[in-house]
Design a protein around this ligand. Structure first.
Ligand SMILES: [Zn+2]
Length: 123
């Protein structure tokens, strides 16, 4: 891979990393003990209200929490792959399929720079 393309992809990855971290910060807290891990904050209901209205509200929040968790999971996974790709660029191992060890097509990396597998192995 030529240096120009590599630099382009590196910038793209850095940019994505910043935007994903920004998304995560809106509803999750970075876990300081576990590198690269984020915890979704449970939304505001503090349990001080009683009665059926409060229960209903709590149920909504649980549902909201569940949605956030799956969003968080996907963002976190993407962030992990991005960090991994940036790590590989540093080590000069970028663009190699983790499964078969062959080069991942540049066309694929342009669309999906954090790809860890070539198209063949992805299938
Ligand atoms: Zn492969």
């Amino acid at each position: 891979m030529n240096k120009k393309l590599l630099e382009e992809l590196r910038q793209k990855l850095e940019h994505e990393r910043v935007s994903i971290e920004g998304e995560l910060k809106k509803f999750a807290k970075k876990d300081e003990k576990l590198k690269g891990d984020w915890d979704t904050r449970f939304p505001h209901w503090d349990g001080s209200e009683v009665g059926s209205a409060a229960l209903e509200k709590a149920a909504d929040e649980v549902e909201e929490y569940g949605t956030l968790l799956s969003v968080e999971y996907n963002l976190e996974l993407k962030l992990k792959n991005i960090n991994l790709a940036l790590e590989k660029i540093k080590k000069g191992e970028y663009g190699i399929c983790e499964n078969c060890g062959k080069k991942i097509a540049e066309q694929r990396l342009k669309i999906y720079p954090e790809a860890r597998l070539c198209l063949k192995c992805k299938k």
